[in-house]
Design a protein. Structure first.
Lengths: 383, 368, 383, 368
């Protein structure tokens, strides 16, 4: 056991920190989940890419630094510590890219990865449908074979597609074999949202941003080249991605450590008149963020040694999503009647609360995650 | 001991519920979001006609001559409808305050010809001040009523887009004062009670909506309301509301009967009502999932109101204790049997974010 | 609405208070769930009965005062406020008696009620069986008709019978019609534990007391006179009783108000060095006890006007059982490392914690109660 | 950064687990309940033989020359078995304390020929003092080692009948002192770490037992573990243990490497481990129902130990904050990235029930 970062890692941290401090937008950008903000975030992401900070763990040929998992964690800590902008490329680089690395052809990787990392081409996910939320295997959107053109024709509706109104491309599952049982007969497609037959309707999110979209597909042609992994094996391919979403890649500790730290600042600013319950909650949040960090380091050590994590990722998702809600609720308590404001200095907390409240819902509701923990980690019976 | 509403009280409440179902459905609440300074005139005028605004005004000035027990169920219904109007500030705070001060303006308010906003001593901003005729403001010397035309307003923005918040700069002095510290304390208690009642209504509305959704939304081949986790979320909300409501009604009675422990009772009520409504919001959103996370769904109209009111008039959402902050100053809490506990409770709550310890609202300037 | 007690009620309170203060055992009795303590408690209950305080709400002919529900609540507040002894007659007077009043013959009432109230004859309940806990309708113990003798022969096993080791009689359900479906074919019997064929095995409870018993019945004869209500209709008869258990009668507010008050005293004694979380929890407990009191008054007003409460009793059971646990856990926090002691001044808190932890289990687990609330009060679908 | 145990460390831990499964099954723990001053000699001697008691003793005195990282997993296993012996006090506290002081008694302890009890500076009583040869005691001047034969013991009774508690009256002075305030602080951290590790093991044992029961116990025609409410109770326990364990291992490393923030790390570990074990107790009892509510079932052996240890060595059950009470005095908490938060944390925790603010343990008298 050695819980120190080595000199190379510390040097990496120093380099990250210096670059981010020097380059991060000041004043902060508007929300990347609005049309205007999205454009500004693309510019920021491009500058990250140009300096090779966009995707530090990727191969050099795709714009990365071949950084270790440890270095990636360090980058994330520094990024959030500095209050740098949200990553509007996140669904591409954290959800799709791991799947592309695992299942994509070399030609798919070459075609998509660099453009994704530089935000030249932005990606949104197409999992949910009106009747397929927690029950993802209930997907109805279908893919019909078009042998003549060498591809598939997609028809159906995807919903709750984050930033779908601004993105260029969508990845998602479609039912390619209507005869097969629920989890089978699905295929993973990469879809150009500018293609004929695609209609995107923005949906206003809880916080007022156009963060969601409904995507309607009507006989949309997708060439065979844009099938990811094997035909009819989309569920297996997608599970690798949802594993990433729930697990390590989307929610590195840096984000929650930074929130805990801001919460401590908020409490300090409140002076002596703090309610005991909020007082306790602040310290609890601080320790929980530490717990999250060290559980991550524990897991990353195993990953670095080649182990894989499975249903443990459900524990991780439960912890960060509920911690995030607790921290923002505590902030509301500290702010008192100012907590409702969406202008002025406390506005980020209300924005953050609304964002945090989505955490226990997306990427598999926490009710489903607890079922997964009980059934797969503890071996309790399904029915 | 008879802890129930009279038939007349229940009838008035039901009438208001019916009225608001018609005149203040979600579409009307949305109109208040969409900017401008629109009022829900039809609802307001109809309530004025029913006498709702003058429930606690004496008959001599055209009121009903009732009390807070008569009013509390009505306010609950305004919460259920998320009525975007300062009815708490007008009917619960300003009308009795001015009537007791012998101030003529009580009549206009109780008749619906005017309305009032207020800044709670715990808060910084006035809601719907732009369309109010009168502002109730607090300072160390007591409570004031200022014509909105004599104040400067600066618009601030709430997560609940129907709540038009304003910072207020006004000149307070002997000429504006309508009551001393006792009247101020009573006005505050009335405002906190009113908001607590609205929170009960909001919680019930959130629960009802979510129960309906859980019955019809299917996943895994079954209504989600048949899953035990969803059942237990909603049972917890029902539980919280069940035990909050009697505290709110008791507080109404304590104000109406000028009970010596009135302020303690109001704080307890506000604490439980805030917790229940905020829990209802959390559970409603979780059980709806993504569909509740859009502004296209009505859910957010009630959720955001619950967040805002949970933190207003002396409480922060989720923190029972914060709203108790002012519970016990100089008064014995609870029933006689518990009276030994009072000195501790007093000492304890003095340390919180408390009124009147906080020297005065920041949202207004004293220029007298 | 009038939230004051009238002069007669205040006079009743004064009379209760004076008598209890004058007569309550000092020092406190040992636990009534031990053999020695049980005997001493019977003596105390007898003195209560003699002064007509044992069953204030009962008819005078059975030892009561025909007190109103309000007076009963006042009595309970005063009883617990004074720290008077636990009621070892409770399962009889609170669980069986309401059923006897509702379903019993005049001769059964005459025979059993006065002896129950005076603790001359003590009663335990016989609901649970090894395979019938939360799933009470799974009862297997059977009753076979004995036409010759004019009665029934009971065979089977009852378990978790509180104070079963010391009691004289048991009331419970037995399967009289083996062909009938789960909830049907059960009959409610009153069983003499001294009868031939009964074996009682004491089981030590969590807190070390002999509080439980297993009761084995082997061909035990019960005459027709000791069938309560109709044959094969025991489920309906018993449900009236479990409604009482969950609802009003077993857990009057006085008990929790007294605990909250003691908790405030404990916190006061702790001086300045109290953790903020415990600080908050103490005030919360105090307010929750108030909420419980006023919800009871709200309900009792309706009952006094002749309304009945149904599934609402599940809400009541959830609230008091979880409040009781929270209060005792808060006491442990205040006591720190002394909380583990079962001697010395803090011992009552540890005893109380262990007792409180049974609350979410007995009389229908809180998981079942939440199902009841969801299904019966909110109308959510059963399956 | 490499946050994992070595194969040797895992092997040692597994060996101890196997040993205790054989030598300290529930029947043996029950024997410690049934009175007298019985020791689990076979388990203790076997552990001594394996070198467990001397893990942190230098090789020069016959120890293994290891550190707290080597020991922490072993202590976790002693928690899982609810071993009724002062192994934390002996192997984690007394052995390194005396070895570092150059005190000969370290050898006997690490070889198993003697054992030690202690009173944590936060606590009042010594556990298993009657069968200990040596008592580690704290006062304002530092830390002392007193032969039990030189002290007066008065028996007190724990809800965990296997824990024989004693009030201690001893004469402390220059001749008994084995270390100053720094050594005392280190000894306290080691004790708190040891108890945190045992709580992890207890939590895991309670969870495993309950999962097994939930799989086989049927109600309503199905195993109770198939009901979502039971699943979620147990998932919550798994979650709590998952995030407590790394904090405990990190704290072990911080002690072993004399990290400047050692005490903060230990407090965080103890807070999470206490919470997790107490939650495990609650859920275990609730899922077992009445069958877990008897002393005939083994469950209570682990539950009561969890309550007792959750409150010992600087924490109260269920209160993360209480165990943090001593977290931050004069030290920066957390990782470098969080260092800005430290001054607040320091100030905050100073106000809690804290050591060294509490002037000295009440359970002993200073007569020097």
């Amino acid at each position: 056991m050695d819980l120190t970062f080595d000199e190379a890692e510390e040097a990496f941290r120093a380099e990250c920190r210096a670059w981010i401090e020097e380059n991060r937008p000041d004043p902060a950008l508007p929300s990347g989940d609005t049309r205007e903000g999205f454009g500004l975030h693309r510019v920021w992401e491009r500058s990250l890419f140009d300096a090779r900070w966009a995707v530090v763990s990727w191969p050099r040929e795709y714009g990365g630094r071949e950084a270790s998992l440890w270095e990636w964690l360090i980058f994330e800590e520094e990024y959030y510590r500095a209050g740098a902008p949200q990553r509007v490329t996140q669904n591409g680089i954290f959800l799709l890219a791991p799947t592309l690395f695992a299942f994509g052809t070399k030609s798919q990787q070459d075609r998509y990865l660099p453009a994704m990392a530089s935000a030249e081409e932005t990606w949104c996910q197409g999992w949910s449908e009106p009747d397929a939320g927690s029950d993802l295997a209930a997907i109805r959107s279908r893919a019909v074979r078009d042998e003549t053109e060498g591809g598939w024709r997609l028809t159906g509706q995807k919903t709750w597609t984050t930033r779908g109104a601004f993105c260029d491309r969508l990845f998602g599952l479609f039912r390619s074999d209507p005869e097969a049982a629920r989890h089978r007969g699905l295929t993973y497609f990469l879809v150009d949202l500018r293609a004929d037959g695609v209609t995107v309707r923005p949906v206003e999110r809880l916080d007022g941003d156009e963060g969601f979209a409904e995507v309607f597909l009507e006989d949309v042609f997708v060439p065979d080249d844009d099938v990811l992994g094997e035909v009819h094996k989309g569920w297996e391919v997608a599970m690798a991605t949802t594993g990433s979403e729930r697990g390590l890649t989307l929610r590195s500790p840096g984000r929650f450590m930074a929130t805990a730290s801001r919460l401590v600042d908020l409490r300090r600013a409140a002076g002596d008149s703090v309610d005991p319950a909020a007082e306790d909650a602040v310290v609890r949040a601080y320790i929980d963020a530490e717990a999250y960090r060290w559980q991550t380091f524990w897991t990353v050590t195993r990953l670095a040694e080649g182990e894989r994590i499975g249903a443990e990722s459900s524990l991780v998702k439960l912890f960060w999503s509920e911690l995030d809600v607790r921290m923002h609720e505590t902030a509301s308590e500290l702010l008192g009647s100012s907590s409702e404001l969406i202008d002025g200095p406390s506005a980020d907390w209300m924005k953050g609360l609304q964002f945090a409240l989505a955490g226990p819902i997306y990427a598999g509701t926490n009710e489903i995650q607890r079922n997964v923990v009980a059934e797969r980690l503890l071996g309790l019976p399904r029915k | 001991m008879h802890f129930a509403f009279t038939e007349e009280q229940i009838e008035l409440r039901n009438a208001v519920r019916d009225l608001l179902a018609k005149e203040c459905p979600p579409e009307v609440v949305r109109r208040a979001w969409s900017g401008g300074a629109g009022r829900t005139d039809r609802a307001w005028n109809a309530m004025a006609e029913m006498g709702v605004l003058g429930v606690v005004a004496p008959e001599a000035i055209g009121g009903i001559g009732g009390d807070e027990v008569d009013l509390v169920g009505v306010l609950e219904e305004t919460g259920r409808a998320a009525l975007p109007e300062p009815i708490v500030e007008t009917a619960a705070v300003a009308v009795p305050l001015l009537a007791e001060a012998g101030d003529d303006r009580a009549a206009a308010l109780s008749e619906g010809g005017a309305c009032a906003s207020a800044i709670a001593p715990t808060d910084d901003l006035a809601v719907w001040a732009d369309t109010a005729d009168l502002l109730v403001l607090f300072d160390d010397t007591g409570v004031h009523a200022v014509a909105t035309s004599d104040a400067e307003l600066e618009r601030r923005h709430s997560v609940d887009g129907a709540r038009r918040l304003h910072r207020v700069v006004a000149r307070l002095g002997d000429s504006t004062r309508v009551g001393g510290p006792d009247a101020a304390a009573l006005a505050f208690d009335r405002g906190a009670l009113g908001v607590a009642a609205q929170l009960l209504g909001l919680g019930a509305q959130l629960l009802d909506t979510t129960v309906d959704y859980a019955k019809q939304r299917e996943q895994f081949g079954a209504p989600i309301g048949s899953f035990q986790a969803v059942k237990h979320h909603l049972a917890n909300v029902r539980l919280a509301l069940e035990f909050a409501a009697p505290l709110v009604y008791r507080a109404a009675w304590s104000i109406a009967s000028r009970d010596g422990e009135r302020s303690v009772h109001v704080s307890m009520a506000k604490a439980h009502a805030s917790d229940a409504a905020v829990l209802a919001s959390r559970s409603a959103l979780q059980c709806h999932g993504a569909i509740g996370y859009t502004t296209e769904h009505d859910l957010h109209l009630w959720m955001k109101r619950a967040w805002a009111l949970g933190a207003a008039w002396g409480s922060a959402p989720g923190t029972a204790a914060a709203s108790r902050a002012r519970s016990c100053d100089d008064r014995r809490p609870g029933a006689e049997i518990m009276s030994e506990a009072a000195p501790y409770c007093t000492e304890r709550t003095r340390r919180g974010r408390a009124w009147p310890e906080r020297p005065g609202p920041k949202g207004q300037e004293r220029e007298s």
